[in-house]
Write a protein that binds this ligand. Structure first.
Ligand code: SAH
Length: 283
């Protein structure tokens, strides 16, 4: 059996942590991958072309990093923990490292310059959902994300209209990307094991008109501001501030082929997009 990462075992992970004088930090959501089979599967799902520009968020001790570097890609990794950052710098000289928060404006600005096409990460779960959406919004170069997230986040991302997990987050990410494939990972694949189940998703960017996406996102936020309202009521409340009267809102919904008395949660991302497009022609 081929080994993808020499760090993908409890023993190697413990040894590396001891070498770096570290223990795992709960506050940073540190759960290191120890399952080489999962590392290999992530690589297969990511299918990185040689020499492509790749970003990894939260490399930790470098388990996935080591496997990614072996793919001969141009890898940038962003790590918040200073001690882990120092350990990575020592062990992986060909790695481009950014220290700090993956969501800090300086980090996003650096990534905009680097223009990565791929995101491959076992993400820090507390900020995973935000990172995925924000990276696809802020990095036009990003085409594919292969990311490990908490199962609940994967459910929100792949949720169908009317289901419990469905919300404006689902719609916004859906306007930007589609889930192509996914697989589940058990807590035993990590050290220490997290209390939640995990899922790896491969997301690919959809290429829709940017202005329409931005508008559709605002409409989705407005529709879910009060989840129980009908779409007519939430759109009337939203458009009142924009000087559109009730009758115009009704015409807008009809033109987008949306039943005004349904709730926003039964509508698909494509409905919000249709509404955004009608709006563009109207104002
Ligand atoms: N990818 C590694 C570790 C995942 S644990 C592995 O698979 O083994 C999550 C990692 O994200 C930790 O290294 C943690 O320090 C880092 N982290 C947490 N919050 C972060 C943030 N906001 N920005 C960048 N890294 C972060």
């Amino acid at each position: 059996m081929t080994t993808h990462s020499s760090l993908a075992s409890v023993r190697a992970t413990r040894e590396r942590l001891v070498e770096l004088g570290l223990s795992t930090k709960k506050s940073f959501g540190q759960h290191f991958l120890i399952d080489d089979g999962v590392v290999g599967k992530i690589l297969r799902y990511a299918a990185l072309p040689r020499n492509s520009s790749v970003v990894e968020v939260g490399p930790g001790i470098g388990t996935l990093t080591e496997a990614l570097l072996a793919q001969q890609v141009r890898l940038t990794a962003i790590e918040l923990d200073d001690a882990l950052h120092a350990g990575l710098a020592k062990h992986y000289s060909s790695l481009h490292l950014i220290g700090g928060d993956a969501l800090a404006p300086e980090t996003i600005a650096s990534l905009q310059e680097l223009a990565p096409a791929y995101l491959v990460s076992n993400l820090p779960y507390a900020v995973a959902a935000t990172i995925i959406l924000e990276y696809f919004q802020m990095l036009p170069s990003l085409e594919v994300a292969t990311v490990m997230v908490q199962r609940e986040v994967a459910e929100r991302i792949a949720a169908q209209p009317s289901s419990k997990s469905y919300g404006s987050y689902t719609i916004k990410l859906n306007l930007l990307t589609r889930v192509v494939s996914q697989f589940n990972v058990s807590p035993q694949s990590f050290y220490p094991p997290p209390r939640v189940d995990s899922t790896v998703l491969r997301l690919e960017r959809r290429h829709l008109y940017r202005d329409s996406i931005a508008k559709a996102c605002m409409l989705a936020d407005a529709a879910f501001f009060q989840r129980r309202k009908t779409i007519r009521n939430s759109m009337q409340a939203y458009f009142a501030e924009h000087g559109l009267d009730e009758e115009k809102v009704d015409r807008l919904l009809t033109a987008a082929k949306i039943n005004p008395s349904c709730r926003g949660e039964v509508l698909a991302a494509s409905d919000y997009l249709a509404l955004a497009k009608v709006l563009e022609n109207l104002v």
